[in-house]
Design a protein around this ligand. Sequence first.
Ligand SMILES: [Zn+2]
Length: 78
Amino acid sequence: MAMFKDDNHLWKSTCDVFEDEHLPGTAAPWTGIYACQECNHEIASNEGDPLPPAHHHRHPAPEAIRWKLIVYADQRAK
Ligand SMILES: [Zn+2]
């Protein structure tokens, strides 16, 4: 499970982008942390980079892996 210490860096969102599931190997739509919906394995990915492939980690059914954005990294200049 992703962790954080300082509340000033994370805030709870109800945005729909956190509901979408993404296939292994497809382009990450956002920069941030993604979790596998089968086992909660977490990875970090940059927008446009391919999400890890189906053989990234062991599952009884590798095709079951679906990545879901759990933390969005806001890259806009402040
Ligand atoms: Zn998994």
